[in-house]
Write a protein that binds this ligand. Structure first.
Ligand code: NDP
Length: 291
């Protein structure tokens, strides 16, 4: 039977959106315009289209203007760089993000470098990553920031605890490890070359999976009473051939061992969007010296 308590990312994300909505309402009367977020999408990746639509819907709820653009698959690097430079100058725009993955002919890293760091809503510009390494103020990447916010909401102690992050991407694993370190956890980063992944994970008081492999984390890898955060989003078919979303964690089995667990969907996914909105509002208020 499931004994773990659910860490409800969906509920917390809604709460944050309400707070942001109020904040935007009161700032807007001082500033005279709403915050603006420009999401740039290139091509027709169906998963990306869903994410972009979600982000735009959430912007609308909070009162952020969506100033995004959708470009055809064959758009050139130079064209996109020019668009980003215009958005950097555009006073209505507080946040810019490039929806990944991009078509193969485009260089995502060089586009990221083109975004003005103070408008880098995804927190992936090297300047913002550098601020994170130094524990300085800056815009922080949304998925790891969402994980930290959820842990904080449930008052999960981190100082001195053993945290194992499985996955070392620049998008999730690496920045998350730094944020956990900042909160004084003893952090291990595991990846595809890690020896004895089962043994490493089993040591964890806090186990975070950010890999992209369904069922990677089994109950045997979880220390009884551990906190388990599932960042993975994988589309699989169930027995009836229906498509569904699952994480990296064998939820049913692990929920019998863990003390806390995040669901997929309804865990880190909605928290990521909430942090994107938060970053946009933060950059908006900083521009006017209010935060
Ligand atoms: P990447 O593919 O960039 O990174 C995956 C990481 O997992 C790599 O570091 C890789 O190791 C490691 N890995 C792969 N296989 C294994 C294995 N068998 N054992 C241990 N480690 C392994 O993925 P992302 O970080 O971008 O995303 C991870 C997951 O999170 C995906 O499912 C993605 O969809 C999801 N995601 C969810 C978000 C949300 O909003 N909830 C936002 C962003 C991502 P190595 O470096 O050695 O190759």
């Amino acid at each position: 039977a499931q004994t773990a308590q659910i860490l409800d990312g969906k509920a917390l994300a809604q709460k944050i959106q309400l707070q942001l909505q109020n904040q935007v309402r009161s700032l807007q009367t001082k500033i005279g315009r709403p915050p603006g977020l420009a999401v740039l999408m290139v091509g027709d990746n169906p998963a990306s289209a869903v994410y972009v639509r979600n982000k735009e819907k959430s912007c609308h709820k909070v009162g952020i203007a969506s100033l995004g653009k959708h470009f055809p698959e064959n758009t050139s690097q130079a064209e996109l760089e020019q668009v980003i430079q215009q958005l950097n100058q555009d006073e209505r725009v507080d946040g810019i993000l490039v929806q990944l993955p991009l078509p193969k002919h485009l260089d995502a890293v060089s586009l990221l470098h083109t975004i003005a760091p103070h408008k880098d809503a995804d927190g992936l510009h090297p300047v913002n990553l550098g601020h994170l390494v130094r524990s300085e103020t800056g815009l922080r990447s949304c998925t790891p920031a969402g994980v930290m916010k959820l842990l904080q909401e449930y008052q999960i102690p981190l100082a001195g605890k053993k945290a194992v992050v499985v996955g070392r991407s620049i998008l999730v694993g690496k920045p998350l490890a730094l944020m956990l370190l900042e909160e004084n956890a003893t952090v291990t980063i595991a990846h595809s070359r890690t020896q004895d992944l089962v043994g490493v994970c089993r040591e964890a008081d806090l186990l975070i999976a950010a890999v992209g492999k369904p069922q990677l984390i089994t109950a045997a890898m979880v220390k009884p009473g551990a906190v388990v955060i599932d960042v993975g989003i994988n589309r699989v078919e169930d027995e009836q051939g229906k498509s569904q979303l699952v994480g990296d964690v064998d939820f049913e089995a692990v929920a019998e061992v863990a003390q806390y667990i995040t669901p997929v969907p309804g865990g880190i996914g909605p928290m990521t969007v909430a942090m994107l909105l938060q970053n946009t509002v933060t950059s908006y208020s900083r521009t006017f010296g209010i935060a």
